[in-house]
Ligand binder design. Structure first.
Ligand code: ATP
Ligand code: MG
Length: 605
């Protein structure tokens, strides 16, 4: 594909390739994972498919009887003729009906299994550690949950229905031919290697095209998702044209791949297999003629010829079916393997039981931490925070403030022995209890495409008054009341209808509604006006003595009243004390920060 070279914009993409043996094993593992509970249904379908194949085989047999017993002797007996024709018709109808029922059955099974796989994949993604999302591409994860699981359905329907049914049909037809005339059957069977050859060539031609078209589709998804998420950045940098071109390029690649795929079908599959059909019939007729030449032809054999011609058509059809599905199957295997790989990603270890947070005492001991090996972000950080205290954290961008909060939230794992809450390592606490006890107002609050009420409740069973109390405490009540439908106003995806400061207030209300023992604020006041900041400040002071508050703030006025202010610099704590104490340090870092901010606010009052 040429998209990247054409536009020089990076695009996330899934690799284009054929399934490797390991992937086949992974795909199989996934199928077994999902279908285990429904294996009974599959087993129940087999006898019905066998019966359908037998009925299907019966038709030409009856035709043969009609030709040999009635047509050639010209006996004109109406009743047996009607019986034979009616029988053939009924057998054919019954076979179709049975297969239709089994198809429904197995398609149902496939869809249920896909539903289960999808739920599992999504549930799994929800439990992946935050570190996973540092390196994951959103569009690709979305593709795993939607497209790839859908491809797994193809695998089910193909493997379980088309392959199963075609194989049973094939065996049935060959068996019927052997029963009628095994030598003629051998001639037909000799052509099977030729079919294998055609399948092989078809594979070579179409599998790469199918792989390319799937990869292009996944890329189309990823690009659309990415550009919608980043619309503001695209429009602001007038990049619409480039994005349109990039999208058009991948779209064109998709079109070309689909065309190659269709071409392989149109030029190779149908004509080649039709040719084979004719060749088989020709071979059977030739063998027949040779035998007649030898004077061995009896009247009975004309019926056999008729039956063989009918059977050959029916043998070729399942072969075409199997061949046509082959490339799809390859890709479905790749998709299933990807889903399986995602499912194999380690989840955050979950502890249903375990102690909760009762007091909110935080103890950090000689903590060293880095996201990537060899790049330490926090150096030898030690902090003892008594329950109910209000601690301010300040420091330059990139000094590790958010990182400390992430560790307290268990988004990343702190080295053993370096972090304790109420004397217990966070990893040893019960999940539910822990999350309930620790509230967060993140630097970049995320709002759901739901009402203000739902955004504060976040699925927790909270009544209207609890939500309003939390909103008032956070200073968000007035703002919500101003919205057209109050607490029921939809906030738009990601809270697009709100200003960032307003989002911060809603996020604060969300955290307070959980009645946390520990409240972590990451720049919760960076985007609100001074008046609203006063509300938040009062809210934080009201929590004094009850909730341990760690507030990261660029805006120093927010934490002026804190019991202790901790100053970070390049991942180390360089100063700590109350506002007054820190202001007394001559040429201290905190003092400089405060003076700098005063200067700024004097310039832009
Ligand atoms: P700011 O005031 O800008 O929010 P901060 O003090 O919160 O800064 P952190 O977000 O803790 O800074 O980042 C500390 C360092 O860790 C930075 O150098 C940053 O590049 C790095 N870092 C942060 N998150 C990750 C991550 N997920 N993977 C790798 N490195 C990271
Ligand atoms: Mg930060």
């Amino acid at each position: 594909m040429t998209t990247e070279a054409d536009t020089a914009l990076p695009t996330p993409k899934d690799s284009v390739r054929r399934a490797a043996p390991a992937e086949r094993r992974a795909a199989l593992a996934l199928l077994i994972r999902a279908a285990r509970s429904e294996i009974g249904l599959l087993r129940a379908a087999v006898p019905w498919l066998v019966l359908a194949a037998l009925l299907e085989a019966l038709g030409p047999m009856l035709g043969k009887a009609f030709i040999d017993r009635h047509l050639l002797p010209r006996d004109g007996q109406l009743l047996p003729i009607a019986g034979l024709l009616g029988g053939a018709w009924l057998a054919s109808c019954a076979a179709s009906w049975l297969r239709y029922l089994q198809l429904l059955n197995l398609a149902g099974l496939a869809m249920r299994s896909v539903q289960r796989i999808r739920e599992r994949v999504y549930g799994h993604v929800l439990r992946l550690p935050m570190a996973y999302f540092d390196r994951a591409i959103i569009g690709q994860i979305v593709s795993r949950v939607t497209n790839d699981t859908e491809a797994v359905k193809t695998l089910y329907v193909q493997v379980m229905f088309v392959l199963l049914d075609s194989l049973i049909m094939l065996v049935g037809m060959v068996a019927a031919m052997a029963w009628l005339d095994w030598r003629l059957m051998l001639i037909v069977a000799l052509l099977i290697p030729a079919v294998a050859g055609i399948v092989w060539i078809y594979q070579r031609l179409s599998a790469p095209a199918v792989a390319r078209s799937r990869a292009a589709r996944s890329e189309i998804n990823a690009q659309a998702a990415e550009s919608i998420a980043g619309m503001a950045a695209i429009q602001a940098s007038v990049a619409e044209g480039r994005f349109r071109e990039r999208f058009a390029a991948v779209n064109q690649a998709h079109y070309r791949a689909r065309q190659d795929e269709l071409r392989a079908n149109a030029w190779l599959l149908r004509p080649a297999l039709d040719f084979l059909n004719v060749a088989m019939i020709g071979a059977v007729i030739a063998a027949f003629g040779l035998r007649q030449h030898g004077g061995a032809l009896g009247a009975a054999e004309v019926g056999v010829l008729y039956a063989f011609v009918s059977y050959i058509a029916r043998v070729v059809e399942p072969l075409i079916q199997i061949t046509m599905q082959f490339s799809q199957l390859q890709q479905a295997v790749v998709a299933a393997a990807r889903v399986n790989t995602l499912l194999d990603e380690a989840e955050v270890p979950s502890a249903a039981a375990g102690s909760g947070v009762s007091e909110g005492r935080i103890c950090v001991r000689a903590l060293n931490f880095g996201y990537l090996p060899g790049r330490t972000v926090l150096h030898d950080v030690s902090l003892d925070i008594e329950p109910g205290r209000f601690i301010g954290i300040v420091g330059h961008t990139g000094s590790g403030k958010s990182t400390l909060l992430s560790l307290l939230l268990r988004f990343y794992e702190a080295p053993p022995g370096s972090l304790f809450i109420d004397g217990v390592a966070p990893a040893e606490m019960g999940d539910e209890a822990f999350r309930r006890a620790v509230g967060l107002v993140p630097q970049d609050p995320f709002l759901l495409a739901a009402s203000a009420r739902e955004n504060i409740a976040m699925g927790r069973p909270l009544d209207a008054s609890a939500i309003e109390i939390a909103a008032r405490a956070a200073g968000a009540h007035a703002l919500i009341e101003r919205l057209p439908q109050g607490y029921e106003t939809p906030l738009g995806e990601g809270g697009a209808r709100l200003a960032v400061g307003e989002k911060q207030l809603i996020a604060l209300a969300r955290a307070l509604a959980g009645r946390p023992r520990i409240l972590l604020l990451d720049e919760a006041t960076s985007h609100i006006d001074s008046e609203t900041e006063g509300v938040v400040q009062r809210a934080l002071l009201a929590l004094h003595g009850q909730v341990t508050v760690l507030a990261v703030a660029h805006r120093l006025s927010t934490i002026r009243e804190a019991d202790e202010i901790v100053v970070f610099h390049h991942g180390r704590i360089v100063e700590r004390g109350t506002h007054a104490q820190l202001m007394d340090i001559a040429d201290g870092r905190y003092q400089r920060l405060v003076l700098l901010q005063q200067l700024e606010s004097d310039e832009n009052p």
